[in-house]
Design a protein. Structure first.
Length: 446
């Protein structure tokens, strides 16, 4: 069965034009520009008049919590939320329980996703101080890369052995993605504020003071220095500070870069002024920092020092977000609302809609060398999102699909809504409902 999406404003490869896309699942068969179309029999027609058609979002950093933490979320629940948000592919992180640090644990995740994921999927392999030999068995065609925690986060996967780091950086052809925060700086700051104010007084506003810009820069700069010396493909995750931007350049095309960077939607939306209103609901590692940091990161997205915008989707129960900034869990659910937020920022003139597509679809596909995804092109997989730019809606508990049941955007008015999401040519989400019996595919890497 063929499907034709017609009369859409197609946002793709830096421009927007009226046209149509012919799908023969799982691929895009033709892309038409203009209103003239050939006679197409035996074709389902979707009239997208007034709507925007774009490649599906590829989220390069999610924590879908399976195995072991499924009271917060699971591959099934969070991939459904992803589809509702226009996300057609995700790369999941290894700090689950047990962590994804052995080949059998990695293979288990792939089997589980094949059984339950609505969207396309792949999984980072986690590096530890003692699993280099296991990492050496990975097939780079089937994993996006290695994830190294250079600062402690949710889970116990800190890699702080210098010899191990040099082996990972110098002896693998895999991309290395890092969470970069300097533990000794964080410990020093924590001790200072506990001594000065007492532990119980440290509310969410102290989080960016403890996990400060120095902690981020000290770790990121060390990673860049090591990667530059050893020729590593290094990807800096969740950039949160203006200072880290000095480590990045926009003088090369993405395909030529050895050092790349991602930021997340919360660093583009929130600043430390928002802790008074949201408290621990916007507590992430790294921390949301100043409005000056936010402004610099927005500029870096526009000038291509930052290559990707993602979510770091990391659901917790609301009960786990309670307490002072030392006890409350770090992370929050974002994958259902990230595209709507980025289009809201575009409406405000901070980005263009073409830049949003570039950072959330084109560049993730290029950076990770994902096979035939991220663009609206004939022969590519039909991963598509159709957005209604005239549909106002408010985030409410009734329309939140995360298993944890909450969002930091509750009460937020958005002006763009995902109308439908297509995964490998199959309708995965339409008009507020996730479609049954639709399953994604494992991503492959060139």
């Amino acid at each position: 069965m063929k499907t034709l999406i017609k009369n859409a404003l197609i946002i793709n490869e830096g421009r927007s034009f009226t046209g149509a896309v012919l799908i023969e699942a799982p691929y895009i068969s033709r892309v038409y520009e203009g209103a003239a179309l050939p006679d197409l029999s035996d074709t389902e027609i979707i009239d997208a008049e007034g709507k925007w058609l774009m490649p599906g979002v590829i989220d390069d950093q999610v924590h879908f919590r399976e195995p072991g933490l499924t009271h917060k979320g699971c591959i099934a629940s969070e991939s459904r939320a992803a589809a509702a948000g226009g996300v057609t592919s995700f790369l999941d992180m290894p700090n689950t329980n047990p962590p994804t640090v052995t080949i059998p644990e990695l293979e288990w995740k792939f089997r589980r996703a094949a059984e339950t994921s609505v969207t396309n999927y792949s999984f980072f392999f986690g590096g530890t101080n003692d699993n280099y030999a296991e990492a050496g068995k990975l097939d780079r065609r089937h994993v996006p890369g290695l994830k190294l925690f250079l600062g402690a986060s949710t889970g116990n996967m800190l890699v702080d052995n210098t010899d191990t780091l040099r082996r990972f950086f110098g002896e693998t052809d895999l991309l290395i993605a890092v969470h970069a925060e300097k533990e000794d700086v964080i410990r020093r700051n924590k001790a200072f504020y506990i001594e000065k104010y007492g532990e119980e007084a440290l509310d969410a506003a102290f989080h960016p003071l403890i996990r400060d810009a120095e902690a981020c820069y000290a770790s990121s700069s060390e990673a860049v220095e090591l990667a530059s010396a050893l020729g590593t493909r290094l990807h800096l995750l969740h950039i949160s500070t203006a200072r880290e931007l000095t480590l990045l350049n926009n003088h090369q095309p993405l395909s030529a870069k050895r050092i790349t960077a991602e930021t997340c939607v919360h660093y583009l939306r929130f600043s430390d002024a928002d802790y008074a209103r949201y408290g621990n609901l916007i507590k992430w590692n790294p921390a949301v920092k100043t409005s000056a940091d936010r402004a610099a990161i927005r500029e870096a997205v526009n000038d291509n020092r930052i290559d990707i915008v993602a979510t770091d989707h990391a659901p917790h129960l609301l009960s786990e977000k309670e307490g002072n900034c030392l006890r409350a869990a770090s992370g929050g659910p974002l994958v259902q609302h990230a595209l709507a937020l980025m289009l809201e920022l575009a409406l405000q003139g901070i980005f263009t809609k073409e830049k949003v597509v570039e950072k959330m679809a084109h560049h993730p596909a290029e950076l990770f060398r994902i096979d035939r995804r991220g663009y609206i092109r004939p022969g590519y997989y039909a991963d598509l999102t159709l957005v209604d730019p005239h549909c106002k809606w408010v985030v409410e508990k009734e329309n939140i699909l995360y298993r944890c049941g909450w969002s930091p955007f509750e009460g937020q008015l958005f002006h763009h809504r995902v109308h439908l999401t297509i995964v490998n040519g199959n309708l995965a989400f339409r008009d507020g409902e996730v479609c049954d019996n639709v399953y994604g595919m494992a991503l492959t890497f060139c």
